[in-house]
Design a protein around this ligand. Sequence first.
Ligand code: BT5
Length: 257
Amino acid sequence: MLDKITYEFLESVDSTNERIKALAREDREQGLVISADTQTAGKGRIGRKWETPKRDTIATSILLRPTDIPIESVPTITVIGAMAVRKALEVVCGIQSEIKWPNDIVIDGKKICGILTEMEMRDGRVWYVVCGIGVNVHNRDFPEEIAFKATSVDIELEKIQSKAHSSRKEITKAIWEYFKEYYNIFVRTADLSALKEEYERHLANIGKAVRIEAQENSYEAIAKGITIQGELIVEVDGQEQIIRTGEVSVRGIYGYS
Ligand code: BT5
């Protein structure tokens, strides 16, 4: 169970995930959240870069010490993070977004948030997990390589002519409060049985074509939903297939998502 969340803020850090890892190794407690104004080495999956311009984005990570979930369930924590961000954007900002399995939040096919879950083992068991979340909030423009596929809270609020304010602090707090709620439901069963339905309601591309890009080949499939372990279910030539996190990347055939 995740009971208490404690917040610490840094002006600048290499990566909030790396900072949490260092503190985890110093035996800090579960529930510690580190947020930063900017990251000098913000990272995505498999060594990709995550842009964190100063004061424009949320870069925030939580330390978790799951005691009763098996190692196979750890990637599901990314799903929990995605649900929490989606909900926070809806409640705090009035913005509707979708979850692009496994680790992105998108609006009209553009990415507003990315999530990176990492863990370290000790003595054959999960020692700690860090779930890191990056949300674009005040960004007005993006580096050329991502300009076509990125968006921010302020850009989206302007589109819907909303006067809602977008305080990074308020959004961050809401993200971790919802994260706590969803996480505690998740750890009860170590799966998504109680959350699957809500997740699927917000899954981008459900019922639509996606392209599965595996290492050796790439093919078209229809996204059907997720398993209670958080894997993506797709249909290929009338047959159901399970896609596990990290194995492949999933792209919408039309547009980014
Ligand atoms: C992710 O990876 O989307 C995970 C991003 C996690 C960032 C958080 S911030 C707090 C914590 N500390 C860290 O160091 N990381 C976490 P991936 O699915 O691999 O996507 C990375 C790709 O997203 C990049 O290769 C770019 O194409 C794109 N990208 C980079 N910065 C972006 C941004 N600010 N907004 C939208 N897209 C971006």
